[in-house]
Structures are given as structure tokens and as C-alpha cells.
Design a protein around this ligand. Structure first.
Ligand code: PSU
Ligand code: MN
Length: 309
């Protein structure tokens, strides 16, 4: 579905028109996921990684009320510098930020929406939102999951952080009919670590095999996304037990000071970073780069196979 409401940069528009590979990237990770200047450097490095692997990057955000696919370096810098002054925009916030003519950093959910409207099928990020721990009482379930249930975009991530209940997140995705593929792994990674103790639905070993699954799903009219879980490279993975301890203490602190709603995820991410003395930031950057690389390779195969159909 294409829609005139999304503004494209010239290179993104040319790539989409000609059916060339394009990879969407989100902006919440820039404004709310990492500090400046690492967020700015990360955003540019990720775009360059996508290009090196044969695809066109399209960083997605709402700029002055306009949903955009493809940002200039100056725009990326502004999203990186203004950081949390820019609102975090998920599905429910899109119409408000558009009508008010403001800037918005897009989450996985809203990036998927804008990517789909622009005609982009492949999207790389760090981690997806999910069912939070104790969601049975808080009802805190990320809008990312509902988006994956209905919007036709494949999301390459390093799984879900264990700030979430990974088991419940997988149950939710199963109910909603969202395939969870492990890229060269049978185990779902837990963002900072290659292990989580949970299995994926299917292990897939090559970009071409992932692309075939995407074409099969969408050509059958099975609407919705696909989660492709790509583990952090071994040399950057952190210790599972140590991360569990850090996350437990971040969760306890969050409960104590009463943070809720859309502020939960950014709070937990910041606290984890603080408690690991920045070690988690380096891991975060490396896994995003790795996801961008694999996403570009999948986009190349997805586009090649699309031409043969
Ligand atoms: N997980 C991360 N890094 C992030 C996010 C999640 O490891 O930056 C961001 C993504 O933009 C994701 C959003 O879509 O948080 C989920 O927020 P919420 O739980 O409020 O839906
Ligand atoms: Mn939430």
C-alpha cells in the first residue's frame, strides 16, 4: 500500500520505484535508545552498513508533522541531539504529532506503518517491544506486537530484552500469527545475549531462505509482519546471568518510583546502561550494525525474488 502522505528522499523514492532493495530504520532508537553523540554516529554507521550490503537505507521519523522515509544527515543529527525532547511516537501518537506539525521519533510499530505506506518491506532495528514482566497486572504490552500482527513488514532484530517476559511475548506472537525466525540459530536471542532459554519457530540459514518465507506469506494474503531474530556477534555478547541481575534491579527501581506507560521502556534501557557502566551501549551498537547488514542482504534477495514472480 503506498500513500502520498509519506515524504521520501530522492534516493529512497528511486529505489522503491525501481524495485531495488530498501531497508527501513527506526528513530526512537536514536532519540530515546542511546545518548548523544553515540546515537548520531550509530545512525550514520547503520545507514552506511546498509549501503555497503547493496541496499538503500531509509531512516524513518515524523519531521514537522510529516512522516518521512529517508532523513538528511542534518535531520538525523537533530533527532540525535534533541533526544528525549522529541516525543516517542507509536501507532496511537502518529495522528497527534502529524496534526500538531511536530517532530516524532518512531518506534518499531510506527516505523512499520510508515515503511508499509512507503512500500518498504524490510526493517532493521535493535530490539522489539513485547509483553512486559507482570503484564498480567499492568497490562503493559507493546503496540509493536499488534503492529506485527497486521502490517506487512519484516523486522530484523536481536530478539527482545529480558526487561520483557520473553515467554509471554512468544505466546502473543503465536496467537497473532507472526512467524519468529532464528537467523542461523534455533534459540531466540535476548538482545545483549545470544541465549534466552526459548526456541524460535524455525531456524533459517540464508537471506534467500528468509526472503522466500516473506514472499510466501504475503502472496498468500497472510497479512502481518515477521520477526527475524539475529543474535549479537559472539565477541560482543554480554553475560546472561549478569544482565538478569541488572535488569531485575532496574525493574525494582522502576516500580519503586512509579514509572508507567510509554516511559517504561526508555527508563529501563537507560537504567541498564547506567548499571553496566556503558558496556551495554557498545553491545547495543554492534548488534544494530549486524542487524542492518543482515537486513540489507535479505532485502537484496527479497527484491531479486520479487522480479522473478
Ligand atoms: N528495545 C530496545 N531498544 C529500543 C526500543 C526497544 O532494546 O530503542 C524501543 C523501540 O523503538 C521499540 C520501543 O519499538 O522501544 C517499544 O516501546 P514500548 O514498549 O513503549 O512499546
Ligand atoms: Mn508499554
Amino acid at each position: 500500500m503506498t500513500n502520498m502522505k509519506v515524504q521520501l528522499t530522492e534516493d529512497v523514492q528511486n529505489a522503491i520505484r525501481s524495485g531495488a532493495p530498501v531497508v527501513a530504520l527506526e528513530s526512537t532508537i536514536i532519540s530515546h535508545g542511546m545518548p548523544y553523540p553515540q546515537n548520531y554516529e550509530m545512525a550514520l554507521a547503520v545507514e552506511s552498513e546498509v549501503r555497503k550490503n547493496g541496499a538503500t537505507p531509509a531512516t524513518i521519523a515524523i519531521v514537522n508533522g510529516i512522516p518521512c522515509a529517508g532523513l538528511s544527515e542534518t535531520e538525523i543529527e537533530s533527532f540525535a541531539k534533541k533526544a528525549t525532547q522529541i516525543s516517542k511516537v507509536s501507532r496511537r501518537d502518529i495522528p497527534i504529532v502529524m496534526a500538531q506539525g511536530k517532530d516524532g521519533a518512531t518506534t518499531v510499530a510506527s516505523t512499520m506503518i510508515i515503511a508499509e505506506r512507503a512500500g518498504i518491506s524490510i526493517f532493521a532495528t535493535g530490539g522489539i517491544g513485547g509483553v512486559h514482566r507482570e503484564a498480567e497486572t499492568t497490562m503493559d504490552i507493546s503496540a509493536d506486537l499488534e503492529e506485527l500482527a497486521q502490517t506487512n513488514v519484516a523486522v530484523i532484530s536481536s530478539g527482545a530484552k529480558s526487561i520483557l517476559d520473553i515467554g509471554l511475548t512468544l505466546e502473543y506472537l503465536e496467537t497473532k500469527g507472526v512467524p519468529v525466525l532464528g537467523y542461523q540459530t534455533a534459540e531466540l536471542p535476548a538482545f545483549y545475549t545470544r541465549e534466552s532459554g526459548f526456541k524460535v519457530d524455525t531456524r533459517v540459514d540464508s537471506p534467500a531462505d528468509v526472503a522466500s518465507i516473506l514472499h510466501a506469506k504475503w502472496s498468500m494474503g497472510l497479512n502481518g509482519g515477521v520477526v527475524i531474530a539475529n543474535p549479537v556477534p559472539q565477541e560482543y555478547s554480554l553475560d546472561f546471568k549478569e544482565m538478569e541481575r541488572v535488569i531485575e534491579s532496574a525493574l525494582t527501581e522502576m516500580k519503586r518510583i512509579g514509572i508507567k506507560g510509554k516511559d517504561s521502556t526508555p527508563y529501563l534501557l537507560g537504567k541498564v546502561k547506567e548499571l553496566t557502566a556503558g558496556k551495554s551501549l557498545d553491545t547495543n551498537i554492534q548488534l544494530v550494525l549486524n542487524n542492518a547488514r543482515v537486513a540489507a542482504q535479505i532485502a537484496v534477495k527479497f527484491s531479486e525474488q520479487g522480479r522473478l514472480m
